[in-house]
Design a protein around this ligand. Structure first.
Ligand code: GLC
Ligand code: CA
Length: 558
């Protein structure tokens, strides 16, 4: 029996904080929990119901917190357990739930387990990680690629063996086949849940079970080799089931798993409510590929039809069996206005994008800065970027001209979402009184919280209204989903229906004027316009000519 009485996460929306860039409270240029504490009312006023913290733990920052050296301590850069508890209690006092990032596919190589592990084979910790001898002829244990830098193996002299790292060299993979590792994971979970947190976002959790023997990849493409041998691996459901039964079921909590290269039919094995699901929610990536191909970012022109196919597929296939997760931004992707919208029509397209995902069925996640329409940053040289993945993407393109490389980086880097949060038009956007650790986007005098708060028609106020409407209308929380005009290259149109109430969401992804014709069965004159991004909303005979990135949300029935 689960200690959670209702699936409360279904009625919630979340705000994601990437702590380093949210708000600096002590003037050292790095965002921290003191700064977060100051901004809890801002988060509450947005209308969300919970916060997801990207990692706050001790880390050498090879991957900004996703390489953890101590799972039970707050990084001194961000504060300590006292201020964490204060933030947690104050969030709870405001009715905000708090979930923490749990990064257990790998640790930092500076974690004491890894230090011990790499000393000698007799150590209890040796088998916490995945060590292998090299193959004959000085070859690595297998041909897998690291997703972040080079190949997936790094040599250790003391052991004369290689350790596996699917991500950066400083992120050795843990061996979840070892029951001792699983006990450690459970202890870490209990530590935070006992403190009162409400759940976890589990980092690349679908990668934790590796196929025994770690077979060579036969893929002809030298990118992401090995993925099929650790993505949704043979024991994944057993491991997640164990974490659930032994720990999670004993707390009033939720878990959301990050799942790269996921498809709905495979997702259901994790989140289908009729089974012993290992996860409540899942972050998949399919709708984030409408202008590129992952795993190695290959740019493509934006395709609305590709975006709509991904949206609709997940809505249709998960609906009624599991629960969807809705997002357009997080700390791993460039800013959405710069991708699927338009920097020129920043506010209009920002509102349209908000309507495109917030009214689908599922639990929305909003990433810091998304609600004020922050956009990508375009830096001059690679040295100005800091992220291991970004630097590696650059380094890999050995034959490309400098200009071509930098154009790719400027368009593709996830660091565009990691610039300091823009609070006001003062120095450093009000993020810090010191020297900011990373460049502030020069558009801050125009794009900042203070300005957005003062303007009734701002994007921020649109988000606030949208989140309020979402909560007040059962049709948005519980209604069925239907897409109209899937072939349109201009409009994304969807309908929700619940107990006689219907919602119609119209989104133009174009700056060109196009004629929109209302789907059969709707009379716009009879609808209540609950949200839109232009002052007047004329319609003639159930059609109208759309303005750049126009969106309208109509409600029919009560
Ligand atoms: C996840 C995180 C990302 C990190 C990677 C390795 O994808 O979201 O930021 O770099 O895992 O931990
Ligand atoms: Ca600080």
């Amino acid at each position: 029996m689960c200690a959670r009485e209702t699936d409360w996460y279904k009625e919630m929306s979340f705000y994601q904080i990437w702590p380093r860039s949210f708000k600096d409270g002590n003037g050292d240029g790095i965002g921290d929990l003191y700064g977060i504490f100051e901004k809890l009312d801002y988060i509450k006023d947005l209308g969300v119901d919970g916060i997801w913290f990207s990692p706050l733990y001790v880390s050498p920052n090879a991957d900004y917190g996703y390489d953890i050296a101590d799972y039970r301590k707050i990084s001194p850069e961000y504060g300590d357990l006292d201020i964490f508890k204060k933030v947690l209690d104050s969030a709870h006092d405001r009715g905000l739930r708090v979930i923490m990032d749990l990064v257990v596919n790998h640790t930092s190589d500076e974690h004491e387990w890894f230090r011990e592990s790499s000393k000698n084979r007799e150590s209890k910790y040796y088998d916490y990680y995945i060590w292998r001898k090299g193959r004959s002829g000085g070859r690595l244990p297998n041909n897998w690629d690291s997703l972040f830098e080079g190949l997936a193996w790094t040599y250790n002299k003391d052991l004369d063996e290689y350790y596996l790292h699917i991500f950066a060299v400083k992120q050795p993979d843990l061996n979840h086949d070892n029951p001792l590792v699983r006990e450690e994971v459970k202890d870490i979970m209990r530590f935070w849940l006992d403190m009162g947190i409400d759940g976890f976002r589990e980092d690349v959790i679908t990668f934790i079970s590796k196929v025994p023997g770690l077979p060579n990849s036969k893929s002809p493409i030298p990118v992401g080799r090995g993925l099929r041998y650790y993505s949704n691996g043979p024991r994944i459901h057993e491991f997640l089931g164990e974490y659930k039964k032994d720990v999670l079921d004993h707390y009033d909590c939720m878990v959301i798993g990050e799942a790269p290269i996921m498809k709905p039919d495979i997702a259901l094995a994790y989140i289908d409510e009729s089974g012993a699901k290992g996860l409540d929610l899942m972050f998949h990536f399919q709708h984030m590929e409408a202008d590129c191909l992952y795993i190695d970012y290959v740019p493509r022109p934006f395709s609305l039809r590709k975006l709509k196919r991904a949206f609709t597929r997940w809505q249709e296939e998960i609906n009624g069996r599991g629960w969807n997760t809705l997002y357009l931004e997080n700390h791993d992707h460039p800013r959405i206005i710069s991708r699927y919208g338009s920097e020129k029509f920043r506010t209009e397209s920002g509102k349209m994008l908000a309507a495109s995902f917030l009214f689908q069925q599922g639990t929305p996640f909003i990433y810091q800065g998304q609600e004020i329409g922050m956009t990508n940053i375009y830096l001059e040289t690679i040295d100005e970027y800091k992220d291991v993945m970004t630097k590696n993407e650059y380094a890999k393109k050995k034959r490309w001209s400098e200009e071509k490389k930098m154009n790719l980086i400027r368009r593709a880097t996830r660091e565009s979402s990691r610039t300091p949060m823009q609070w006001n038009a003062e120095k450093n956007a009000g993020f810090t009184t010191g020297e900011p650790w990373f460049t502030v986007n020069p558009n801050y005098p125009e794009v900042n919280v203070e300005k957005e708060e003062a303007d009734e028609k701002s994007l921020l106020n649109f988000y606030r209204k949208a989140l309020k409407v979402r909560k007040e209308r059962p049709v948005i929380l519980w209604g069925s989903y239907k897409e109209h005009f899937p072939g349109s290259r201009t409009f994304y149109t969807y309908e929700r229906e619940y107990q006689g109430a219907r919602l119609l969401v119209i989104c133009s992804f174009s700056e060109k004027a196009k004629k929109f014709k209302t789907p059969k069965g709707f009379d716009l004159d009879k609808g209540e316009l609950v949200l839109s991004n232009y002052d007047d909303n004329p319609a003639d005979n159930n059609s109208f000519i759309s303005r750049p990135y126009e969106t309208r949300v109509y409600l029919f029935g009560s």
